[in-house]
Design a protein around this ligand. Structure first.
Ligand SMILES: NC(=O)c1ccc[n+]([C@@H]2O[C@H](COP(=O)([O-])OP(=O)(O)OC[C@H]3O[C@@H](n4cnc5c(N)ncnc54)[C@H](OP(=O)(O)O)[C@@H]3O)[C@@H](O)[C@H]2O)c1
Length: 330
């Protein structure tokens, strides 16, 4: 008698607050070297069982995601409705999220996405097409249309996403990304009708954020974890406990960090330019509660944020390097 195959990460789905399902494991599409390589990465991932693809107007890879999808649909590998495609509106396009979504849909070659996210809760001074994505003033500083600490335009942007959901068929769900506790607390009373289905944030064992997860859970918002290995160089995978656990469970270090999120009810969206890696990290080791707790303690003892976008502001997040302008949250 053969033993039943262990559950795979690609088999796990969570239910969003609007009743739709989201796959627990997705593929990130920030480009590594060549954006066009994303096409093969998406094809490889979908053939390996991934059903969630995370992209964004800002990444410059929607074109290659679209090429991959077309090939997968034409070859009958999957149907559109089998996939969960996410895209995002960048802060320099904050004034026209529907136009941003229209551009994304056209580039992706799709009629709708499954999830449309507000990429960051800030407003940069882009033109009617969101250009440039990183506008600078005469001193070389980022040019904001709203104060990143006290401004409230980010709330209006979320309300516009609600309108898109109510009045068009261009997205099935809406959500937020990079919302800290103070920003989420500020948004919640102003939601008209649709609570965000997810909050996509940097999250890995070095960055303990149980308080933010708790606030999201209280409001039925699923946490979606980006940079799960700490981005380029994969620093998180070098941590001794993660290496030990990979030996204990006879799996890769990537699968340990994916399981850390999935077993806790969080979506995880790793990225890789290595096609073998994409295919081989779909296992789901059954980490014990003690192992999950120990992983959490890594960041409690030694917190480290790996993504510190150069906003000049920490936007209410802790352990933000380069927050020279605001320390007024909390
Ligand atoms: N909402 C947001 O603001 C936001 C911000 C950042 C990211 N994201 C999303 O989240 C996705 C993932 O985050 P991320 O792109 O920051 O990075 P990530 O998945 O944490 O890290 C990817 C990097 O780790 C390397 N890596 C992975 N496993 C490895 C291993 N076993 N050994 C050596 N190197 C390894 C990869 O190299 P190889 O290419 O060699 O595998 C790649 O350079 C993004 O693609 C994007 O979709 C969203």
């Amino acid at each position: 008698m053969s033993t039943p195959a262990a559950k795979k990460a690609t088999d796990v789905y969570f239910t969003l607050n609007n009743g739709l399902k989201i796959p627990a494991l997705g593929l990130g599409t920030v480009p590594s070297d060549n954006p066009e390589d994303v096409k093969d990465q998406v094809i490889t991932a979908v053939k390996a069982g991934y059903r969630l693809i995370d992209t964004a107007w800002y990444y410059g890879t929607e074109k290659y995601v679209g090429q991959a999808l077309k090939e997968l649909f034409d070859e009958g590998v999957v149907k559109r409705e089998d996939l969960f495609i996410t895209t995002k509106v960048w802060p320099s396009f904050y004034h026209s999220p529907e136009k941003s979504l229209d551009q994304s849909l056209e580039t992706l070659g799709l009629d709708y996405v499954d999830l449309f996210l507000q990429h960051w809760p800030i407003a940069l001074h882009g033109d009617e097409n969101g250009q440039p994505a990183a506008p600078k003033d005469e001193n070389g500083d980022l040019k904001y249309d709203d104060d990143p600490v006290s401004g409230t335009k980010f709330i209006e942007v979320y309300n516009k996403l609600e309108d898109i959901l109510d009045t068009t068929k261009k997205t099935k769900s809406i959500g937020i990304s990079n919302y800290s506790i103070p920003k989420l607390r500020q948004l919640l009373p102003h939601i008209k009708k649709h609570v965000p289905v997810v909050n996509q944030i940097e999250y890995h064992p070095q960055l303990p954020q149980q308080d933010l997860v708790d606030l999201c859970q209280e409001n039925k918002i699923i946490v979606e974890c980006y940079s799960p290995v700490g981005s380029g160089g994969a620093p998180v995978l070098k941590l001794p406990l993660i290496q030990e656990l990979a030996k204990k469970y006879n799996c890769s270090t990537n699968e340990i960090v994916n399981a850390y999120h999935i077993l806790n009810g969080r979506v995880v969206i790793p990225r890789s330019s290595n096609l073998e890696r994409i295919k081989s990290i779909t296992g789901l080791p059954e980490l014990t509660k003690e192992d999950l707790d120990e992983l959490y303690q890594i960041g409690v003892k030694n917190p480290k944020r790996h993504i510190n976008d150069p906003w000049g502001y920490g936007l209410g997040f802790r352990w933000w390097e380069g927050d020279t302008k605001s320390k007024t949250f909390d």
